[in-house]
Design a protein around this ligand. Structure first.
Ligand code: ZN
Ligand code: FE
Length: 285
């Protein structure tokens, strides 16, 4: 459990407890760059080059590139929201990096339009990612799933969060349910690189949905400690989401029962359960 259980491809420059694991000094690292109040921009780098995911702000990225002495070669985008694309133009101007983004969204800049099944690979960084269409939060939202440095990963933007999911702004509950099902089908050990630190508030709500979920209780205690230390609670893992995230558990009887009780009616399908959960979470304070 805890940060140290994650594969050593993950490093956390913000962490007081980060372990450098010198004997396994990974060639490729993935690190979170904090932006705005609660965004994470993910930077994948080795000693020469870097790729960045969802740079809502160029400043922290340029700072990290400078600090690491690496060259930015590519920018991967999951969806069009400003807190994910706001830094793209400035980064391209400064570095000439190539921009990969969702084919079905209007972006400030995009060189390569990516839709379901498209690949992004970088042999130098050990990146091999395939695009999954995950509409719902936005109409054309995509995720990048595959491996980085040998570890299973998914960069899912605002679709899946630790113990939560994105709001359904442009799509439908049915689309979001299908999108989350596609993420649920990824390998259990896949690290979930989501774009916001929403974990503790998601967990407070998830505990209301499933008060008896022991794994969720344990994870919540761990996440509280991480936040007290100023550490990120992410990446999460698909297996943990399956065990703890109500939005990934719309077929689990205890979740169905809780959602039905909240909605005060019978819910007859995972989509109805999802829609009730989403409404519940939207109104939860
Ligand atoms: Zn968003
Ligand atoms: Fe966002």
């Amino acid at each position: 459990m805890g940060c140290s259980s994650f594969d050593n491809v993950i490093t956390n420059p913000m962490s007081a407890t980060a372990q450098t694991a010198p004997e396994r000094d990974p060639k490729t690292r993935i690190q979170p760059l904090s932006a705005f109040s609660d965004n994470y921009i993910w930077l994948i780098s080795n000693r020469e080059t870097a790729v960045v995911v969802d740079p809502g702000d160029a400043v922290p990225v340029l700072g990290a590139l400078d600090r690491l002495g690496v060259r930015l070669t590519a920018i991967l985008l999951t969806h069009h929201h400003p807190d994910h694309v706001g830094g793209v133009q400035q980064l391209v101007d400064a570095t000439g990096a190539r921009v990969y983004g969702p084919a079905n969204e209007v972006l400030p800049l995009c060189d390569v339009a990516m839709s379901d099944g498209a690949r992004f690979s970088d042999t130098g960084l050990g990146i091999d990612l395939t695009v999954i269409d995950v509409p719902g939060h936005t109409a054309g939202h995509i995720a990048y799933a595959g491996t980085v440095g040998g570890s299973a990963v998914v960069f899912c933007g605002d679709t899946l969060f630790a113990a939560g999911c994105g709001r359904v702004f442009e799509g439908t509950p049915a689309q979001m349910t299908a999108s989350l099902a596609r993420l649920a089908a990824l390998p259990g050990d896949a690290l979930v690189f989501c774009a916001h630190e929403y974990t503790l508030s998601n967990m407070r709500w998830a505990r209301e949905v499933e008060p008896a979920n022991q794994e969720l209780q344990g994870w919540q205690a761990e996440a509280i400690r991480q936040r007290e230390l100023g550490d990120p609670t992410v990446p999460s893992r698909i297996s943990r989401e399956l065990a703890c995230n109500p939005f990934m558990r719309t077929a689990i009887p205890s979740v169905v029962q809780s959602a039905s009780q909240w909605a005060q009616r019978d819910l007859d399908s995972p989509v109805e359960v999802f829609a009730a959960l989403r409404e519940w979470k939207n109104s939860f304070r």
